[in-house]
Design a binder for this molecule. Structure first.
Ligand code: GCB
Length: 602
């Protein structure tokens, strides 16, 4: 009997409407929103009892056992084997791992539930549910109806809430979050970082007029001209859109001929954005009843021959790689305060650039980088060996690329989109990456595209070390990771190494680093000591003096120690990758000073 009932509800489930994920809405900070951050109740569900029936099939919409349905018994005889209670609650945003010891190593499903009331400001407005990021898969249900599903742990997404579904009081929002690693996902099962799970970034209800500005893109086409596009959504679009920059006395009107409107105009007297003068202008876009504003810096960036030109002048990137983690607390970073700590450290180190590894960081990072004048490399987690031959994996990587670029395409700080890190050299990989690069260019032709390439930094019979990965022909910036003196011999190996590339392009060291346990002191030949790491940096710095003329900068690995389940030396690691120049207690190591001195001299 139970079986027949289950089969029936399964068939009904097939006809249940699942609302597709809608295109990303950008500029969330300037919109009318209501925060759903704060405490959410949860149920840990390692067996998928709330999602799959006893045949391990996704349950039908109305199944009483599904954890997206009400947990309130309908009568005293009603049997419900789950429930949400304040006794079990987690903070959103935030990874679950650091919030309760029972989550420390957990990888699996957790159901989050939030009740909320909502009264729209204007009748007829459309309401979207926006997530900054959920790692990795999110299945979202409102009042028992599935709004949609999203995969990808570091990029935003939103679902429209149909009018008929939203109640003025007592909305029952449930999110199934699954952070398991799978071979056909991006990233795949193997990463050198901690797989923090949960609703890791903010959640908001976004209210927009029935026809609204979904997104707009405005960047400098030259030092005196801006161009881009405006994307509209709605059934009755206005006849024109207006772009204003009040400080410059600019008010430009463009006719609407479809839901994408091209915009271009000249701006005499534009003050360009740069690290030394991160000037931003308030830009106001108006379309019918909708208006969005953003503070945007305008600058040009190009690779010419062996140089990277910012506003037409060569720059040297004094960078550092950063994981999105607050090391002293062993948790994911997600707030403006966290961004201020991480970028503040980078500034103290003398950096003018950061590589946000190995996935897009919270939007507060790129926004703060804009206001501080820090250049940004932003990357998707196409990391090591993903399933390059699988077309579905390409689609997943490409979706994350699109979300990353769409969210941040107005950030002056972002000068490089990276399509991956240390991918193996073979034709399947190269084809996959080439297609990603083409996709990035079609979404944004105003920035450089790169990828961190792998080189053989092991022992070499000759001093010549040549970066010749075939992927180099498709990128704008030839970037490579080298660990000469950590993975390959001793730091003295740097003395005879001479780097170059076969490509007539700028050359960048996207990683270099060595581990040291903060506070552990010994002679410089002793691995894991601060002295060894400082020696490594001294040898690297000396080697950098011999880099060819097309060497445009570096982003050493890494700003701070970070958690990694792959690092199991019981004395010196204990689950931490200690290549930070800052320890996981937030204390500078000796190598910090070596790198800082080099940057000061640059
Ligand atoms: C790399 C990876 C980075 C690792 C680092 C290491 O090349 O890109 O994710 O954490 O090396 O410490 O080995």
């Amino acid at each position: 009997m139970i079986r027949i009932a289950c089969a029936l509800t399964f068939v009904m489930g097939l006809v249940a409407r699942v609302f597709a994920q809608t295109d990303l809405i950008t500029d969330i900070p300037s919109r009318q929103t209501v925060s759903l951050n704060g405490r959410w109740q949860y149920i840990i569900d390692p067996y998928e009892t709330g999602f799959l029936d006893y045949r391990y099939k996704e349950m039908a919409r109305s199944d009483r056992n599904a954890y997206w349905n009400s947990d309130v018994p309908s009568s005293k005889t009603d049997k419900i084997e789950f429930g949400y209670t304040d006794k079990y609650s987690l903070m959103v945003p935030g990874d679950w791992n650091h919030q309760d010891p029972k989550f420390e190593y957990y990888e699996g499903t957790v159901w989050y539930k939030k009740s909320f009331d909502f009264v729209r400001r204007h009748p007829g407005d459309r309401i979207f549910l926006y997530f900054g990021a959920v790692n990795y898969r999110a299945d979202v249900y409102l009042n028992g109806v599935k709004l949609g599903m999203h995969k990808g742990g570091f990029t935003p997404f939103n679902f429209e809430i149909p009018d008929s579904l939203l109640r003025r009081a007592g909305n029952y929002l449930v999110v199934r979050v699954d952070n398991r690693r799978y071979p056909d996902e991006v990233p795949t099962v193997n990463t050198d970082w901690w797989n923090y799970g949960g609703i890791t970034r903010e959640v908001r209800l976004v209210e927009v007029p029935s026809s609204f500005i979904r997104d707009f893109f405005l960047q400098a086409a030259s030092a005196t001209a801006l161009s881009g596009s405006i994307r509209l959504s709605g059934s009755s679009l206005p006849s024109s859109v207006v772009v204003g920059i009040p400080e410059l006395g600019i008010r430009q009107t463009f006719p609407v001929t479809g839901d994408s409107v091209g915009i271009a105009f000249s701006v005499p007297g534009l003050q360009l954005w740069s690290p030394s003068s991160p000037k931003r202008y308030t830009v106001v876009v108006t379309a019918g009843a909708d208006k969005v504003t953003d503070k945007i810096g305008f600058r040009t960036i190009e690779a010419r021959g062996g140089q990277v030109l910012l506003n037409g002048k060569p720059i040297f990137m004094r960078g550092i790689c950063i994981h999105e983690e607050i090391p002293q607390e062993g948790r994911r970073a997600y707030s403006a305060r966290d961004a201020a700590q991480l970028l503040g450290w980078a500034r103290e180190l003398g950096c003018n650039m950061v590589r946000l590894a190995h996935y897009p960081h919270d939007e507060t990072m790129t926004r703060l980088a804009d206001s501080l004048g820090i250049l940004v490399w932003s990357e998707i987690p196409v990391y090591w060996t993903i399933d390059f031959g699988n077309p579905a994996v390409f689609d997943k990587a490409n979706a994350q690329l699109r979300e990353m670029i769409t969210r941040d395409h107005n950030r002056a700080s972002v000068i490089i989109w990276s399509v991956g890190n240390e991918t193996p050299v073979n034709t399947t990989r190269t084809d996959f990456m080439r297609r990603l690069i083409a996709s990035a260019r079609s979404l944004d032709s105003t920035r450089l595209i790169s990828a961190a390439l792998e080189v053989n930094y092991g022992s070499s019979a000759t001093s010549k070390r040549v970066v010749d990965d075939p992927l180099g022909q498709y990128v704008d910036l030839v970037a490579f990771n080298e660990y000469l003196g950590w993975y390959g011999g001793l730091p003295s190996a740097c003395r005879t190494a001479n780097w170059s590339t076969i490509y007539d392009k700028p050359l960048f060291i996207s990683e270099t680093g060595a581990e040291a346990l903060g506070g552990y002191h010994a002679d410089s030949l002793t691995r894991w000591s601060e002295e060894y790491q400082a020696w490594y940096y001294r040898e690297q710095v000396a080697m950098l003096q011999r880099m060819p003329a097309n060497f445009v900068g570096l982003s050493p690995w890494v700003l701070a120690d970070f958690r990694s389940p792959k690092r199991n030396n019981p004395l010196y690691q204990e689950g931490w990758n200690n290549k930070g120049v800052m320890s996981h207690k937030g204390v500078r190591k000796e190598a910090w000073e070596v790198l800082k001195k080099y940057y000061q001299a640059k």
